[in-house]
Design a protein around this ligand. Structure first.
Ligand SMILES: CC(C)(COP(=O)(O)OP(=O)(O)OC[C@H]1O[C@@H](n2cnc3c(N)ncnc32)[C@H](O)[C@@H]1OP(=O)(O)O)[C@@H](O)C(=O)NCCC(=O)NCCS
Length: 182
């Protein structure tokens, strides 16, 4: 699929205090399979996917698209961040208008609880704001996903609405690097 956004890709690797964000490579394939097969990671994302299916279908270099970052800690892949074109389904005008880019994040459970997701997502959002001139970013997460809800708040997402979908309450929020006038 061609990306409708004028996103210059890939950027130079982004270094934070503890992490590196970079485009994916063949060596990330095992971690991408693990992220999608992990029951813990999949708890609020419709469940894990069968490992055998992932082994068959994940490309040799996974996630080759603008906005797909691999997050590395001391040379090991610990998660991925996606800044994908916004899919406003289930549809809603407000959600359609809120922004054209949607943030997603998946981290391996052993990397939870150290602030890595906050550190990496903040850096990815800063990069995005610079790359696309302060366009807003939207985020969906289940309200039952307490870690994700805390992360969204720390990153500065604000709630636009809650709605029911996939038999659960969903949270829809927006982030902008531009502070609205007081
Ligand atoms: C959502 C997800 C990325 C959050 O991971 P996380 O590690 O909890 O997120 P953070 O990076 O914000 O880490 C925060 C925790 O690290 C702790 N921490 C430890 N050292 C820290 C430091 N140096 N700096 C900041 N926080 C630190 C914080 O106190 C906090 O702990 P708490 O959860 O007990 O309050 C992770 O749970 C995940 O990958 N889930 C599965 C995928 C998913 O559901 N994605 C959502 C849909 S897009």
């Amino acid at each position: 699929m061609t990306d409708p956004r004028a996103l210059a890709w890939p950027p130079a690797p982004i270094k934070t205090e503890r992490l590196v964000l970079r485009e994916s490579e063949a060596r990330d394939r095992a971690a991408v399979i693990e992220l999608n097969a992990s029951p813990e990671v999949g708890t609020y994302l419709g469940g894990p996917r069968p490992r055998a299916e992932l082994e068959r279908t994940v490309p040799e270099v996974p996630g080759q698209r603008p906005g797909f970052f691999v997050v590395e800690l001391d040379g090991a892949t610990i998660g991925t961040i996606q800044l994908d074109p916004h899919d406003p389904s289930p549809s809603g005008n407000r959600r359609l208008e809120a922004g054209e880019t949607e943030l997603g994040y998946l981290f391996l459970p052993e990397a939870w609880g150290y602030g890595y997701a906050t550190e990496a997502c903040s850096a990815a959002l800063d990069w995005f704001a610079g790359a696309l001139h302060d366009e807003p970013v939207v985020l969906y997460t289940q309200t039952a996903n307490a870690r994700s809800m805390r992360l969204a708040a720390k990153l500065g997402f604000t709630e636009l609405e809650r709605f029911e979908a996939y038999d659960a309450e969903q949270w829809f929020g927006v982030w902008s690097s531009v502070t609205p006038p007081a």
